[in-house]
Design a protein around this ligand. Structure first.
Ligand code: ZN
Length: 161
């Protein structure tokens, strides 16, 4: 079954949805390689349900065992690359982290919150824009462009990337 959501509907749905700037390759991994945990030193707002993923210009070269094998498509930088659901947060209590079920993308350690990400919708063509620190709110012309891309995105439920 094909699910179609119009640009106008996406624009309404995106009202108030903030963006978070991630370094690559992490933004690319959230959008395309199943990275379902965002490690942050701060907790997401309690009401946060949806989040736009923005790929910053900086590149994080720290190796990670979850790096996909083989060649990778060139990640976009300085662009909004995906919309994702925030389904929960794992608080940075050492004992909980030792036992937490956040999986291989979760960084252990005191002071790290695991933002648990659910559904991810990658934008077919990322929307260029500069990034900001913390959560930031895209302004209307940008939101319209993102909504236009979401209207073109593959919403096939259960798709594993
Ligand atoms: Zn966790």
């Amino acid at each position: 079954m094909t699910v179609t959501v119009t640009r106008e509907a996406w624009e309404l749905l995106l009202a108030g949805v903030p963006a978070l700037t991630l370094r690559n390759p992490w933004a690319h991994y959230v959008a395309h390689h199943g990275k379902n945990i965002e490690n942050r030193t701060w907790a997401p707002p309690v009401a946060l349900r949806w989040l736009l993923i923005h790929a910053g210009t900086a590149w994080d070269r720290v190796p990670h065992p979850m790096r996909p094998a083989g060649p990778m498509t060139a990640p976009h930088t300085s662009a909004i690359v995906a919309l994702t659901e925030v389904v929960g947060v794992c608080e940075p209590t050492t004992m909980r982290h030792r036992r937490c079920r956040c999986g291989p993308w979760a960084m252990p350690g005191d002071g790290i919150y695991h933002w648990q990400l659910g559904t991810v919708i990658a934008l077919p063509t990322p929307v260029p824009t500069r990034g900001w620190l913390k959560l930031w709110h895209p302004q209307p012309p940008l939101v319209t462009d993102v909504a236009g891309q979401l209207a073109l995105a593959d919403l096939n439920p259960g798709k594993v990337q």
